[in-house]
Design a protein around this ligand. Sequence first.
Ligand code: ADE
Length: 246
Amino acid sequence: MRFDVLTLFPEIFPGYMSQSILNKSIQNGIVEIHIHNMRDWTTDKHNKIDDRPFGGGPGMILAVEPVVRCVRDVRAMDDDPGVVMMMTPSGQRLCQPLVEDFATHHRRMILLCGRYEGFDQRVIDILKPIEVSIGDYILNGGEVAAMVMIDSLVRMVPGVLGDELSSWDDSFSRGNRMLEYPQYTRPREFEGHNVPEVLLGGNHSAIEKWRLQESLERTKIRRSDLLPEPNNESATAETPNTKSET
Ligand code: ADE
């Protein structure tokens, strides 16, 4: 999977890209991330990329010309022109099914990160990007949203996570549209708080049943919107292939 990130703040990314799972996937060539500074596509001597909005109003708007030229040049850097995505609070809201959809259909994604009051509308009219929001709040720019996109997408790439099935069980993922059950590790007791007995007994079917029940309870209480029908246990999870089969 290849990402090309178009930003005015390329310095934001190296720290994130050097973290463990992502860094390893980049090192072994499973994931490529290329950061491009849109300002490099300006032609005036002050490298001006933004301007005041026609009609007045606060803030500055990212200009159409350098952005469109930047996207066209970046698209041409690989045989696969990829898909252009714009990080914007006006976009469709990112959720796990959308992440899975993107990961299934796109090998290369060009992520446009806005700043200031956003892009000139003609950037959208000309490039027709998929507009994506990571939630109903306003960030200072699209960079954090682009990192969220990358982070959620690389987990879907075979070989990125140690165990091929370990993203299957994530909350909201294909195998599980419910919240995660509680997890424990040693010690068995801490300040009077004990690990549930069922997890210590080695009875795998009892453990599985307990976990499913905990997931269901949590989801009912915290996120009943995730359950297809009220309290519909049978509709909550497809059964993934068993680990031994893959
Ligand atoms: N840019 C600013 N806010 C954003 C959001 N919520 N999602 C995506 N991009 C953004």
